[in-house]
Ligand binder design. Structure first.
Ligand code: SF4
Length: 370
């Protein structure tokens, strides 16, 4: 098995006690069976402490303490399991966090999850164009020996994802043109995939020229799509109520107000931050379409994520970088890390005509102004 990672991957290391948003607070941390067995057999006083802070019913997990802190997070915000038993004793989630893993046949991919404060900085502030590189890391032990997959189809999807990265990172084009281009390309890919013709293979491998793409001919009311996004996000489940209300405020503005905010945003926002966000979402989700066939849904997620982050930035006078990174991090925590929310978005992208490709193209063309 070969493992591939983003080119910023090696720049990440946990900032530990300097982190403002410790990942050992506020989450229920599940313990894999092997580690749980080891914890339950641990000797001495620390073994006693372990056993008294683990709930073994259903999926074993740590029993959170006051303010939802992991019971092994000490006053210096360091991990007592790591200190007492060593790194090897950490459970799978704690060993891997904030990394995510996926496997497509003999190809393993590991990325950094945006929910982590330091990972968000590595991902969104990356100054080199994004690339997926072969890692020297060994495959984590829990990877399957081999996952069934069709190598030819994998090659096609990998090539299509590269085309999407190229389109998104073409800084000669405005951001709205890049977003419209990936939507139109995704629409063509989805149609060809469903028709099951050689055209799909060709589309995946042909370099895409945004100037040659058929532009939407029918005008769709972009405000209608923005209102649909507001309703969609208002109906999701959130852990953090203030963020829910920030999202609602951001999406309640008119399309004209979002467009007007463009020059102001441009004066302080790194030109690559929003495209890095879209690239992250495509890196993480696009290949999953090999399993569920929903190519377009992965592209809609990336585009809608950018529209929302743009609207959240526009809702602030002059947010500083940590504030912008925090918004992206909250998107990850509240949306990406909630299976229910991710599946509600995927359903809405299929069922709501206001979030279909051409309406979303109109929304990007009018609302995003960078
Ligand atoms: S959120 Fe990231 S940087 Fe902060 S403690 Fe967790 S892994 Fe470390």
């Amino acid at each position: 098995m070969h493992i591939y990672v983003p080119n910023y991957y090696s720049k990440f290391s946990c900032i530990g006690s300097r982190c403002q948003d410790n990942c050992c607070i506020g989450w229920e941390i599940d313990i894999d069976q092997d580690t749980c067995r080891r914890y339950l057999q641990e000797q001495g006083a620390f073994g006693e402490r372990l056993r008294s802070h683990i709930d073994t019913r259903d999926i074993p997990h740590f029993i959170l303490g006051e303010h939802e802190r992991c019971p092994f997070l000490n006053a210096d915000n360091l991990c007592d399991i790591h200190i007492t038993l060593g790194e090897d004793a950490l459970c799978r989630i704690c060993t891997m966090h904030p990394r995510f893993v996926d496997q497509f046949g003999e190809r393993g991919e590991i990325g950094l999850g945006l929910a982590c404060e330091e990972a968000a900085r590595c991902i969104l502030c990356a100054d080199q164009p994004f690339a997926v590189v072969l890692s020297e890391t060994d495959a984590p032990a829990f990877y399957a020996e081999s996952e069934p997959n069709d190598p030819a189809l994998s090659e096609d999807f990998l090539a299509a994802r590269e085309q999407l990265f190229t389109l998104l990172q073409d800084t000669q084009l405005s951001l709205e043109v890049r977003l419209v281009s990936i939507l139109l390309y995704g629409s063509a890919l989805q149609a060809a995939y469903e028709q099951n013709t050689d055209n799909f293979h060709d589309l995946c491998h042909q370099p895409q020229d945004p100037a040659a793409m058929a532009r939407p001919l029918i005008h769709h009311d972009p405000q209608h799509s923005l209102d649909a996004l507001r309703t969609l996000f208002a109906d999701l489940d959130y852990m953090d109520t203030p963020w829910k209300s920030a999202v609602d405020t951001a999406l309640s503005r008119s399309v004209a107000a979002l467009q007007k905010a463009g020059p102001r945003i441009q004066s302080f926002l790194s030109p690559t931050l929003l495209s890095n966000f879209a690239v992250y979402l495509l890196f993480r989700y696009f290949l999953k379409a090999m399993r569920d066939g929903d190519i377009l849904g992965k592209i809609q997620l990336a585009v809608v994520g950018v529209v929302l982050l743009y609207a959240l930035i526009a809702a602030n006078d002059r947010p500083d970088l940590p504030c912008i990174l925090r918004q992206a991090q909250l998107f990850s925590k509240e949306i990406e890390y909630s299976e229910d929310n991710i599946s509600a978005l995927a359903d809405a992208f299929i069922e709501d005509p206001a979030l279909d490709i051409l309406p979303l193209c109109s929304l990007c063309e009018v609302a995003i102004n960078l």
